[in-house]
Design a protein. Structure first.
Length: 304
């Protein structure tokens, strides 16, 4: 059953069109991954759904009600700013939100105990939030967002700073709660593995336009793309990596991320000594592999 309907959404900032006739739907209990390069319109879409910005054309409906007039929308969001109170403890932060919702103390404490346990934050219950690591603060923000089982959960780079073990547990928990409570989840991430593991459906946006909207499994069944993946030993500036690679490879055949380089193979570059190229330019790497079909390759095929 449809929960969210985006109709012909357009947003301009001066001469820049951030969203250009964007339309899609999100069903109850569906997890949707929203992918696109920096500046493609992802954040603007999230802001439109939460009614944080005015839009020039189009409509956002939740429960068949226009977002602008729907005062009873049940949405939780975790954006870059976690929305936590840094001088309060973990317990006090969650208690504050239970009181805001008018939940009694006993029921509130039961909810808090459950989510602190699920998110492995029990031992930090009385810690001041600003003393927590970035990953722990992120976990607390997601726990707070799930506290009252919203109809729609918006997640922007949700696992930033979270260790692998906690990430896997949270992914399983989000999947479980989404299906059991029919919570729709709409998330963005630059880590393709997050989207690949979580999403039922994937929407790709580029230049403010939707260029693909399909089930994840359908995308992964598309023809295999031959790529070389380079996992870097540390994070590099994307501009720096691009400038070096462009000396040897046509820019349309590579994509760079802070910790990864992906190069599409073609006849001209088939004999390129990629390890040697990286070594000569003092780019340290830990792994090079190829021919592994995954969401990253499919995504890159659409945004090029």
């Amino acid at each position: 059953m449809e929960l969210v309907r985006i109709e012909s959404l357009t947003k301009n900032y001066g001469n820049l069109t951030a969203l250009d006739n964007v339309s899609f739907e999100i069903k109850r209990g569906e997890i949707v991954g929203y992918l696109g390069p920096n500046g493609s319109g992802k954040t603007t879409t999230l802001q439109a759904i939460t009614d944080l910005i005015s839009i020039d054309e189009g409509n956002v409906y939740i429960n068949q009600k226009n977002i602008a007039s729907n005062k009873e929308k049940n949405i939780s969001a975790v954006f870059d700013a976690n929305g936590l109170y840094p001088r309060l403890t973990v317990q006090e932060n969650l208690e504050f939100f239970t009181r805001l919702k008018g939940v009694g103390k006993k029921k509130g404490n039961e909810l808090i105990d459950y989510f602190l346990s699920e998110f492995q934050l029990e031992s930090r219950r009385n810690s001041i939030v600003k003393s927590l690591s970035k990953g722990m603060q992120r976990k607390l923000a997601i726990a707070r967002a799930l506290l009252f089982k919203p109809e729609l959960l918006l997640l922007d780079e949700p696992f930033d700073g979270i260790d692998i073990e906690s990430r896997d547990k949270i992914i399983k928990l989000i999947k479980k709660i989404s299906k059991e409570s029919q919570i729709a989840v709409f998330l963005t991430s630059h880590v393709m593995a997050d989207i690949e593991e979580l999403a039922d459906k994937i929407i790709i946006i580029n230049g403010g336009r939707i260029i693909k909207n399909d089930l994840r499994d359908n995308l992964l069944r598309e023809p295999k793309i031959q790529c070389v993946h380079v996992r870097l030993a540390k994070a590099y500036e994307e501009k720096y990596l691009s400038e070096i690679l462009a000396k040897f490879i046509d820019p349309q055949y590579f994509s760079v991320f802070p910790n990864e380089i992906i190069i599409k193979l073609n006849e001209e570059d088939a004999d390129l000594d990629i390890p040697g190229l990286l070594f000569e330019n003092n780019i340290k790497f830990v792994e090079i592999y190829n021919n592994k079909q995954n969401l990253t390759e499919t995504y890159l095929n659409y945004i090029k």
